[in-house]
Design a protein around this ligand. Structure first.
Ligand SMILES: [Zn+2]
Length: 442
């Protein structure tokens, strides 16, 4: 199985190298801003041509595709940036690449052609405000031995940890290096190698030992995850743990004098705390999802509407701190890597309100009830374990229709079918597909 993977390392650059890294990021920013100015000028020109009474045979072309931007840059760089040779040409390319297509995305987003979050018209980037990054796609970049990376025009830079996970791969022909992105987060530089990797997906009985074949996973705020086996993975609440420090640092930053050395120092401190929280969270989630994907044959999760939950201001901080959508995203690709199957239960499947013992419903269950008490069979079970067990039961129902087995992230419109199977008294609602809110809305 061929996948794209990123291997990220932290270079331990000495002062001269760190300055070169900053300079390259600045070069990318310069090319971006200059390109954006050209695009804006061309758009303004075109507007003027459209409204003028003199009919123009041809409107001014807007250089917003990468080849046009690069052609223009190469033509103008000797006068616009006489110092351009100090940095790798890849840096300027990277800046133009960041710009390419963005004005078009803005237009498509505004006219509704592009889905997702509204894209704004690109804005000029500013040193110290915008993210520092540039990318190598050609030239002799890559790992140099186990503890160094080589970056054109910057040199051979030591990295903080051994790169055995990456360096072993190109040697045995299972990987191809496609590029390297260098970026700075909270004052620290990172190099991320994009690698096309040929992964061997474990199959059949030779596959590593698996404790349980199938697990239902209920994600939540009280516990980060509750498995159908009854195992509860605590929510580490990294943000909550650092909140006091964040408050202090934010206040200090807000009270500092604008554009002062003190403000820069305090901004760096604040960024460090945020970056630390993000790193802790990322580490925990990767450990969790790797463990789930390597020790199971199939995993069932709910298709949670996390963006909607974050809109609830009382829940927003706690929900965002758990990063439930990220768990789902990571499981999406890791299940494929490790020969596990991911089943995503429908958003409206009433996993919490259904009894895992008899299949009856308890519509009176509220968010504050930690225990599920079944009105028909008297089962008393932890609310989240009950939900996880219900989720696990969906795998059997999805088996018949997903013959292609491993690796897929299959969305199962199961809510209807399962509800019909469990409640013989009700009319078959399966025809309406998975989109109908059943039970949970009651
Ligand atoms: Zn029951």
């Amino acid at each position: 199985m061929t996948t794209l993977q990123a291997y990220r390392f932290a270079p331990d650059a000495h002062d001269i190298q760190a300055a070169a890294l900053s300079r390259h990021a600045g070069a990318a920013r310069f090319a971006f801003n200059r390109g954006l100015a050209r695009v804006q000028a061309a758009l303004a020109q075109r507007d003027a041509e459209k409204t003028s009474s003199v009919a123009c045979a041809e409107l001014t072309p807007v250089p917003w595709a990468l080849p046009a931007l690069r052609r223009e840059w190469n033509w103008a760089k000797a006068t616009a940036a006489p110092w351009w040779a100090e940095c790798s040409k890849e840096a300027y390319s990277a800046g133009l690449d960041q710009l390419a297509g963005r004005p078009k995305h803005f237009g498509d987003s505004r006219s509704g052609k592009r889905r997702g979050r509204r894209a704004g018209f690109p804005r000029f980037t500013k040193r110290g405000k915008s993210r520092d990054s540039f990318r190598y796609t050609t030239g002799s970049h890559g790992p140099d031995g186990d503890r160094h990376v080589k970056l054109p025009r910057i040199g051979r830079v030591k990295v903080h940890e051994p790169m055995a996970a990456l360096t072993g791969r190109p040697a045995d022909g299972t990987a191809r290096l496609l590029g390297a992105t260098v970026s700075r987060t909270a004052g620290r530089w990172f190099v991320a190698f994009t690698v096309e990797v040929d992964r061997e997906v474990p199959t059949g009985p030779s596959r590593r030992q698996r404790k349980a074949r199938t697990a239902g996973v209920d994600l939540g705020v009280k516990h980060l995850a509750v498995l159908s086996t009854g195992e509860m993975i605590p929510n580490p609440k990294h943000l909550a743990a650092s909140l006091r420090r964040l408050c202090t640092a934010s206040r200090a930053y807000a009270r500092s004098k604008p554009a002062s050395a003190g403000r820069r120092r305090r901004a760096a401190r604040l960024a460090c705390i945020h970056a630390r929280v993000a790193s802790q969270r990322r580490d925990g989630l990767h450990r969790l999802t790797s463990r789930l994907a390597t020790t199971h044959d199939a995993i069932v999760v709910e298709d949670l509407h996390v963006a909607g939950m974050v809109r609830n201001r009382r829940l927003a901080r706690a929900v965002a701190d758990t990063a439930m959508a990220e768990v789902r995203r990571q499981l999406g690709y890791k299940t494929g890597w490790y020969g596990c199957r991911l089943v995503v239960a429908d958003r409206w499947y009433p996993s919490s309100r259904t009894c895992s013992g008899c299949g009856g419903r308890n519509p009176s269950l509220t968010l504050s009830d930690r225990m599920f008490v079944c009105p028909s069979c008297g089962l008393v079970i932890d609310r989240d374990v009950n939900a996880a067990v219900n989720l696990r039961s969906l795998v059997a129902a999805s088996m018949s229709e997903t013959v292609n087995a491993r690796g897929g992230d299959q969305k199962t419109p199961l809510a209807g079918q399962v509800a019909v199977k469990r409640e013989p008294g009700t009319a078959p609602a399966g025809k309406t597909g998975g989109a109908s809110p059943q039970g949970e809305a009651a």
